[in-house]
Design a protein around this ligand. Structure first.
Ligand SMILES: [Cu+2]
Length: 124
């Protein structure tokens, strides 16, 4: 009888732990995803890289990205979106707006003229 109680108790602990970890993990993933902001208009500050360097946009909805470069590093004066065949010059302190037509879901990237600084575009 004692053995059965111990086994049942052990099982309850295992189930509890499973519920705790699994439940918590899926909850975190869910809320983490919900917290991820999806916008079609983004302002990106170019200063020692791209801030933010990951943006989330909606598929099929044109996204307007405005870049303002305040970093005099010439490395950042050019921006390239290889998937969209877009190459733009970012003058210092002058906002430049780029419109992207996000056709398919997934992750796309952009980088500076020398491929040193990177940004990510998530299309959801
Ligand atoms: Cu560069």
């Amino acid at each position: 009888m004692d053995k059965i109680i111990v086994t049942a108790g052990g099982l309850a602990v295992i189930v509890g732990m499973y519920w705790f970890f699994f439940g918590k993990k899926s909850g975190e993933a869910g809320s983490g995803f919900a917290r991820e902001e999806t916008k079609s208009t983004w302002n990106i500050h170019v200063e020692g890289g791209y801030k933010p360097n990951t943006i989330t946009i909606n598929q099929g909805k044109p996204a307007t990205l405005t870049f303002i470069r305040t970093d005099s590093n010439r490395c950042l004066e050019e921006i390239i979106f290889p998937d969209y065949k877009i190459k733009e010059y970012l003058p210092l302190n002058i906002p430049i707006t780029i419109t992207l037509p996000p056709k398919k879901k997934g992750v796309s990237g952009f980088y500076c003229g020398m491929n040193m600084f990177h940004g990510r575009i998530r299309i959801v």
